[in-house]
Design a protein around this ligand. Sequence first.
Ligand SMILES: Cc1cc2nc3c(=O)[nH]c(=O)nc-3n(C[C@H](O)[C@H](O)[C@H](O)COP(=O)(O)OP(=O)(O)OC[C@H]3O[C@@H](n4cnc5c(N)ncnc54)[C@H](O)[C@@H]3O)c2cc1C
Length: 399
Amino acid sequence: MMKCDVIVIGAGAAGLMCAIEAARRGRSVIVLEHGKPGRKVLASGGGRSNFTNLELGADNYLSENPDFTRSALAGFTPGDIIGFLESRGVPFAQKENGQLFLKGSSRALLELLLGKCRENGAAVITGINIKGFGKKAARFNVDTNKKVCFDSESLVVATGGLSYPELGATDLGYRIASRFGLRITPLRPALVPFTFAPEEAHRFSGLCGLSLQAEISCGGGKNKSKRTFTGDILFTHRGLSGPAALQASLYWAPGEELSIDLLPDADIKGMFMKDRGRSVEMQNYLSGFLPRRMALKWCGSFLSSSSKKPLRLHSQRELESAAEALHNWTFRPAGTEGYRTAEVTAGGVDTRELSSRTMECGKVPGLFFAGEVMDVTGQLGGYNLHWAWASGCAAGRYA
Ligand SMILES: Cc1cc2nc3c(=O)[nH]c(=O)nc-3n(C[C@H](O)[C@H](O)[C@H](O)COP(=O)(O)OP(=O)(O)OC[C@H]3O[C@@H](n4cnc5c(N)ncnc54)[C@H](O)[C@@H]3O)c2cc1C
C-alpha cells in the first residue's frame, strides 16, 4: 500500500499541471500514467504546441454549462502559462488570431512540466494499469497491475478524452465518474475532418490537397444559433479539413447541412454584372478568384451551362444563380473521420456536478476532475491546452 495526499490519474497537460500545483502546496502527490507522459502535449500544434491564446474567454468553449469555465480561466490566464515558459526561457511566438506556439519542439514544454513535478516532489509513475478504484470512509484507493495499491485523501481524474487512441486515450475517466454517480454528457469526436457522401466525393475527386479561404457555417436550426468560421478549408481524399472545417465540426450535428461561401471577400454578383459584356470564358474568369483547379471543378459541377461559355453569353439568371452557388454551396457531410483523427472529444463529465472554482465533485468530497475529460471543449487555437492548464491548476490548488 502506498499512501499519499493526492493521486492524479493521467500524466497529460491537466494532470501534470495539477500535480505541480498540489505539490507546491506541500501535498504529497503521485501521478499514475498507463503509457508515456504528455503524448498529446508532444503531438500538439504539429509538434510545436499551440499552448494558449491571447484572445481567450468563456465564449471559446462549448459545454452544456457555458459559464463553468469563467472562474478557472480567471484564475489561470494566458499570462500565467507565458510566465511558466519564461521561467525556463522556452521561446514562443504569436501567430494569427492570438495563437501562441512554441518556437521549437513541444518536448521543451513537456520537459518543463516533468521537471517542475520533480522539483516540487510530485512522483510520476508510468506504465501502470489501473485495475480498480473506490472510496472507503474518507480515502480513495486505486489498484494496479504492479501489485501496489495506492491510497489517498484526494483523487484527481485527468485522463483526457477518447480521441487519438494511439496516444493513450481510454474511457477510464468516464468510468470513474459514472461509478461515483456522475452524469456523462453525450460524447463525440470534434475538431475533426468531415467526410463526403458519395455524391460530393465524386464531384470533388481530384481536389485532394487543395486549400482555399472560405467561410463555413453550420447550425442555425431549432434551438441552435448559426456558427460561422472564416479560414482555410482543405480538400482531402475523403472530405473536408482545414482550420475552418475543424472549427465547424465542434458545432455540427450529424445529419445537418454545411454551407460554404467560397468567395467570402468578393461581391461576385457585382463583379459578374460589371464584367458581363466580356468574352472571357466563365472558367477562366473564376480562375481570377479561385485556385484554377477549383474553378474548373466548380464550373464542371455547378454551372448549368458550359464552363467554356463566354461571360457575355450568360443570361442574368444564370449569372445570379452562379453567384448564389459560389456564396452558398450547401451539402450534407456523410459524417466525420471519428476519434482516430479528432483533436478532441466534445462532451464529458457533467460540470454541473463540479465546483467551478475547485473542480471538486459536490457529492463525492475529495474527487476532482481536470482537463478534457470534463464537458468543456475549446475551439481550435490553443484553447484546449489552456483549459487543461487552467482546470489542472484549479484542481491542484484544492486537491
Ligand atoms: C494531434 C493533436 C494535436 C493537438 N493540438 C493542440 C494544440 O496545438 N493546442 C491545443 O490547445 N490543443 C491541442 N490538442 C488538444 C489537446 O492536446 C488536449 O485537449 C489536451 O492535451 C487535453 O489535456 P488532458 O490532460 O485533459 O488530456 P490528455 O493530454 O489526453 O492526457 C490524459 C492522460 O491520461 C492518460 N490516461 C488515459 N487513460 C488512462 C488510464 N486508463 N490509466 C492511466 N492513464 C491514462 C493518457 O495516457 C494521457 O497521458 C491537440 C490534440 C491532438 C490529438
